[in-house]
Design a protein around this ligand. Structure first.
Ligand SMILES: Nc1ncnc2c1ncn2[C@@H]1O[C@H](COP(=O)(O)OP(=O)(O)O)[C@@H](O)[C@H]1O
Ligand SMILES: [Mg+2]
Length: 350
């Protein structure tokens, strides 16, 4: 892992927003690397800073945002220093993004084919005919039946799942290095959701692109991601491979997320843990470990001092005082342990 090529490096990113109620500390010192050809899932409850982090990478933050500190290194350049003109050059062609609501990224009065070729014609030096051919191939590749006929149709003639496929085709039109998917299946029903997840995985493997997959739903992560970063209150609190996060989670917030989410392996008899309380108001981020007020394992130090990232393996890190050598050993929640055992059993005694 360490000697794989890094396509993106986020260092100490800190983002605030000016609002009438005060300064919102949305992202508070986020660090991660994205490797070539991997899928990194960023998970966390709503409001944890997932979208803001990725909007910063795309250069699409709102006017009231401030980049207080940090670097985003891409091809040797720092994206936090980019102006609009520089971002326009790479957005869509080198780094692409798809969102939750496909309708909002499509022009309702423009034919689908034109929307896909337009992206190509702006960025690539190709003829209209070549662009059309490439677009039809791409439509077929994302699973749109009868692409020649569909090329001439408008967004309203497509179902929600098919629209999301079109959005993916547009995002891929210029062969980006990085594809950011922000809750791409949240608005879709379960069956369609699974199909879109399979498609994203297939595209990632076939094209060897790097994917950042943002979701509040840890349940969908195991099947798409190689690595997971868990975010809480503007920070990454744990990061590891899918196996490390699902079989050996260390941060109490990750425990709660895992135990509170129904997934295919959950038997009806499994009790789902409810995370008590609500995430903090990010105008006044708490001292110490921001999860402490909701954490039944919290110690005095959790309310006073921010935990460092403790290293568990070359790929697994977690920021919780429970990992300090002087901390008492605690048992992970029973509901969580049962689910882990269950999963292990189904995975064939892994
Ligand atoms: N334009 C904005 N103005 C003020 N606050 C914002 C703005 N965008 C996001 N925030 C705040 O930043 C925090 C992180 O938001 P976001 O990244 O969208 O969360 P999520 O993890 O759900 O994607 C939230 O507290 C949110 O209210
Ligand atoms: Mg979001």
């Amino acid at each position: 892992m360490e000697n794989r090529e890094k396509v993106l490096q986020i260092k100490d990113l800190y983002i605030t927003f000016n609002t009438f109620s005060g300064k919102v500390h949305a992202v508070r010192g986020v660090n991660f690397d994205l490797y070539k050809g991997e899928t990194l899932a960023i998970v966390g409850e709503s409001g944890s800073g997932k979208s803001v982090t990725n909007k910063t990478i795309m250069g699409i933050l709102s006017k009231n945002a401030n980049i207080e500190s940090g670097e985003i290194l891409y091809n040797g350049k720092d994206l936090t220093k980019f102006n609009d003109k520089q971002f326009t050059k790479i957005r869509g062609s080198e780094i692409s993004m798809i969102f939750q609501d496909p309708m909002s990224s499509l022009d309702p009065v423009m034919k689908i084919g034109k929307q896909i070729t337009e992206a190509m014609l702006v960025k690539d030096n190709i003829s209209k005919e070549e662009a059309k051919k490439k677009a039809i191939n791409l439509m077929a590749a994302v699973g749109i039946p009868e692409p020649e006929k569909r090329f001439e149709q408008y967004p309203f003639q497509f179902s929600g799942g098919m629209r999301q496929r079109i959005v993916i085709a547009i995002a891929l039109a210029c062969d980006p290095d990085i594809l950011i998917c922000d809750e791409p299946t949240t608005a879709l029903d379960v069956t369609i959701q699974a199909q879109i997840l399979d498609l994203i995985k297939k595209i990632q493997e076939e094209r060897n692109i790097s994917v950042i997959f943002i979701t509040h739903d840890l349940g969908v992560v195991a099947n798409v991601a190689d690595r997971v970063a868990v975010m809480y209150a503007g920070k990454i609190v744990e990061t590891g491979t899918v196996d490390e996060i699902f079989y050996d989670p260390q941060h109490p917030y990750t425990w709660s997320l895992l135990a509170s989410m129904p997934d295919l392996d959950t038997d009806a008899s499994d009790e789902l843990l409810v995370i008590p309380g609500t995430p903090p108001n990010m105008i006044y981020p708490p001292k110490g470990d921001a999860f402490a007020p909701r954490n039944r394992y919290a110690m005095k130090i959790d309310f006073e001092k921010e935990p460092p990232m403790f290293k568990l393996s070359d790929t697994h890190y977690a920021a919780t005082w429970l990992l300090h050598p002087d901390a008492p050993k605690v048992e992970r929640p029973e509901a969580l342990m049962r689910r882990i055992e269950n999963k292990k059993g189904k995975a064939g005694g892994k």
